[in-house]
Design a protein around this ligand. Sequence first.
Ligand code: AMP
Ligand code: ZN
Length: 140
Amino acid sequence: MDCIFCKIIDGEIPAVKVLDEELVIAFMDINPSSKGHMLVVPKRHAENIFEIPESDLAATIKAVKICAKAVKEVLNAEGITVLQLNGKASDQIVPHFHIHIIPRWENDGLPVSTWEMKKGDMKEIQEIARKVKEYIPSGS
Ligand code: AMP
Ligand code: ZN
């Protein structure tokens, strides 16, 4: 399979690793949005949140917490954005599940998470919530 993150996991191409566990690795993003930007990646290939097994997801988010804490301390970050994209429409570029850790500082001007907030249509909001609740299996 021609997956760049699988190649990093297999050691075929280099990466600046910060964590290497049984199920998960983390390495620095080579196009950092901010100083310390890194990616946490399950070793088993899964394209997105819909495909990743729960056990890999749990291991990945656990590693995110460890890495976020470490980079926050090391760089004295004032905040950390944790970001995960699914599908082209969401701007996912690499089709191997990964979670971004992006250190933040007050007024750093990063466009991440500064989307416009506008008042929603409460009828529509409630209708969507009703359908979603109906779809979610009971006991979840
Ligand atoms: P996205 O799929 O949009 O969530 O983002 C993919 C991320 O992977 C981007 O931030 C890229 O800079 C990063 N990236 C792509 N190739 C590499 C690589 N070989 N080593 C480290 N980071 C990479
Ligand atoms: Zn892969």
